[in-house]
Write a protein of this length. Structure first.
Lengths: 300, 196
C-alpha cells in the first residue's frame, strides 16, 4: 500500500515538473544570452546552496533548463549544501532528482562539492554527484582543470592532495569550487579567514584563475584579489535578503532573489552570466585568463 | 550545551582536564605526562580498534551507486550494526583522558598561535551547532556538520581513514563518516570563548 502511494506520488510529481518545464520553455522564446556560444568551448552552470526541495529551487531549475536549451551547457558544478535536512532516498529525490530531472534527462552531469549541510558519505557515494566516493576530487574539461574541495574539513591530507594535483596540472585554466567563501561581504557568515590563510598561498603559487563558493545565501562578485577572480553564489535554493555590508572588495552583489550562473570558457577568456529565478540577467562579463603570478612563474 | 552523560561525567572530565589521574578507560590511559608520539600512538590504536570492530560486525559500505535507496539505506544499516556491536560504549573509550588532555592543550595552543586570530574568526562565521551528544548514536542527519578550521585540524594527530574530527560548539567529536556514528567526544575541548 505504502509502495503504491509512493509510486503514485512520484508519477504525479514527474508529470507536474514536465508540464511546468514545457510551459516555461514555450513562454520564453527570446532569452538574453551574454555568452559567445563558440564551438568547442567549455560551458557549464553553477548552483550553490540549492537543495531545499522548496518551490524556489524548482523554479531556478526550470530556468536552468530553459537556458540549457539555448546555451547547451553539459555540466553543472554544485557549491555545497546540495541536500538540506535529511538524506533519505526521498530527500535525494525531492531535493535533487526531481528539480533537475529535465537536465539529468538531457545528459547534463552534476559535480558536487560538500557544504556543512551535506552528508559526506552519502553524497560522495551517490553517483549522480560524480564524486567517485571522494570528499574532494579533480576533473578536466577542455583546457580547464576543476578542483572540487571539501572546505568543511580541510585537513593535512586534503591540502597535500591539492598541492600535488596543482603541481601536476598542465591545463591553462584552473578553477576551484568549494562551499565556504574566502572573500565575502555577507552579514550572515562572512569570509572564512582561516581557510583563506591556508588556500590563498596555493592559489598564488600555482596560478588559480577563478574560485566559486556558496554558503552565503546571496550572489557576490569580488574584485580580483591576488590575481584571482572570486564568485560567491549561495542562493540557488536558499536566500537571505539584505545580506550585504558593502566593502571595497565587492564588485557587485544581488540578494533579492535566487540565482544560478552560466559560464563559458573560450581560449583565454571566461564569460559569465548570472541569472535570477525570474530569468533576469543580474550580472555578466568577460574576464581574461591571468598571466601566472610572479611566485608561480618562479616555481615553474 | 546539554550533556548526555550528566553531572558525574562532567565532574570527571573537569578533573581530567586539570591533570588529575582519574581514568574511565583502562590503566594505560592514566593522565600522566605523555609525549606527542605516545598520545598519537594511543589514539591511533584506539581508533583502529574501533575500525576493526566495525569491519568485523558491520563490513564496509558499498561503492558509488545511482540508487538513492541504496546509498541512504547502506549508511543506516552500517550504523545499526555498529550500535549493536558497541552497545554500552562510553565516552572516553577512544579519547582517553590522556588523549583528551593532550588534544585540549593542542587546540588551546593553536588558538593562541600564529593562526589564532583567523581560527577565532572562522569559528564565529561557522554555523553554530548545539545538540545533545550521545555516544554510539547517529549524528542527527538534519543537523549541519560544523566546519572545522583547517589550522585546528592541522594541529591534531591524523586519524585512520573513515574517522574524522568535528567541532560542535566547544566539543570535539570523533565521527564515523561512513556510518554517521558519534564514536566519542571530548567535552570542553575548546577553551571558553572570549567575550568582546
Amino acid at each position: 500500500m505504502k509502495h503504491r502511494k509512493s509510486t503514485q506520488w512520484l508519477i504525479i510529481s514527474l508529470v507536474f515538473v514536465t508540464t511546468l518545464v514545457q510551459a516555461q520553455v514555450a513562454a520564453k522564446p527570446n532569452l538574453t544570452i551574454k555568452l559567445p556560444l563558440q564551438k568547442n568551448s567549455v560551458r557549464f552552470a553553477v548552483i550553490g546552496d540549492s537543495g531545499t526541495g522548496d518551490k524556489e529551487q524548482y523554479e531556478v531549475a526550470r530556468e536552468m533548463e530553459t537556458y540549457r536549451q539555448a546555451v547547451e551547457f553539459d555540466f553543472v558544478i554544485m557549491l555545497g549544501d546540495n541536500i538540506y535536512g535529511g538524506h533519505s532516498a526521498r530527500d535525494l529525490s525531492q531535493k535533487f532528482e526531481l528539480p533537475y530531472k529535465p537536465l539529468l534527462d538531457a545528459g547534463v552531469k552534476f559535480y558536487a562539492s560538500l557544504g556543512n549541510h551535506d552528508d559526506p558519505d552519502i553524497e560522495s557515494r551517490y553517483r549522480p554527484f560524480n564524486m567517485n566516493g571522494e570528499r574532494y576530487y579533480t576533473f578536466k574539461r577542455g583546457d580547464t582543470q576543476f578542483y572540487a574541495l571539501d572546505s568543511t574539513y580541510m585537513d593535512a591530507k586534503q591540502l597535500t592532495w591539492f598541492e600535488k594535483n596543482l603541481q601536476n596540472a598542465s591545463a591553462p585554466w584552473k578553477i576551484s569550487f568549494f562551499h565556504h567563501p574566502l572573500y565575502n561581504d555577507g552579514k550572515m557568515h562572512g569570509p572564512d579567514m582561516d581557510l583563506r590563510s591556508r588556500l590563498v598561498p596555493f592559489f598564488q603559487l600555482y596560478g588559480m584563475n577563478a574560485v566559486f563558493s556558496g554558503h552565503e545565501h546571496a550572489y557576490e562578485r569580488i574584485k580580483p584579489e591576488d590575481n584571482v577572480y572570486y564568485f560567491i553564489l549561495g542562493n540557488s535554493g536558499k536566500l537571505v535578503h539584505n545580506d550585504f555590508h558593502r566593502s571595497e572588495k565587492m564588485e557587485t552583489s544581488f540578494d533579492r532573489d535566487r540565482t544560478f550562473m552560466l559560464v563559458e570558457i573560450v581560449e583565454d577568456s571566461l564569460y559569465f552570466q548570472t541569472i535570477s529565478r525570474s530569468g533576469e540577467t543580474i550580472d555578466s562579463g568577460q574576464i581574461a585568463r591571468q598571466a601566472a603570478s610572479v611566485k608561480a612563474a618562479g616555481a615553474k | 550545551m546539554k550533556r548526555a552523560w550528566g553531572a558525574t561525567g562532567l565532574a570527571l572530565a573537569m578533573l581530567a582536564s586539570l591533570g588529575v589521574g582519574i581514568s574511565y578507560g583502562d590503566a594505560t590511559s592514566q593522565s600522566k605526562p605523555a609525549s606527542a608520539k605516545d598520545v598519537a600512538t594511543e589514539l591511533q590504536a584506539r581508533a583502529q580498534q574501533y575500525l576493526d570492530l566495525r569491519k568485523q560486525f558491520a563490513g564496509t559500505p558499498p561503492k558509488s551507486t545511482d540508487s538513492p535507496e541504496v546509498v541512504a539505506g547502506s549508511q543506516r544499516a552500517l550504523g545499526n550494526k555498529i550500535q549493536v556491536a558497541r552497545a554500552g560504549a562510553k565516552q572516553g573509550e577512544v579519547f582517553t583522558p590522556r588523549v583528551a588532555n593532550y588534544l585540549r592543550k593542542r587546540l588551546a595552543s593553536a588558538l593562541k598561535g600564529a593562526h589564532g586570530k583567523q581560527i577565532h574568526s572562522s569559528l564565529r562565521s561557522a554555523e553554530p551547532v548545539n545538540i545533545e551528544l550521545h555516544i554510539n548514536q547517529n549524528y542527527p542527519e538534519n543537523v549541519p556538520l560544523q566546519s572545522t578550521p583547517p589550522s585546528l585540524l592541522l594541529t591534531l594527530p591524523q586519524l585512520p581513514d573513515g574517522l574524522e574530527y568535528r567541532l560542535l560548539g566547544r566539543e570535539l567529536v570523533l565521527r564515523d563518516m561512513e556510518a554517521n556514528i558519534v564514536v566519542d567526544y571530548i567535552p570542553n575541548a575548546l577553551p571558553t570563548a572570549k567575550t568582546k
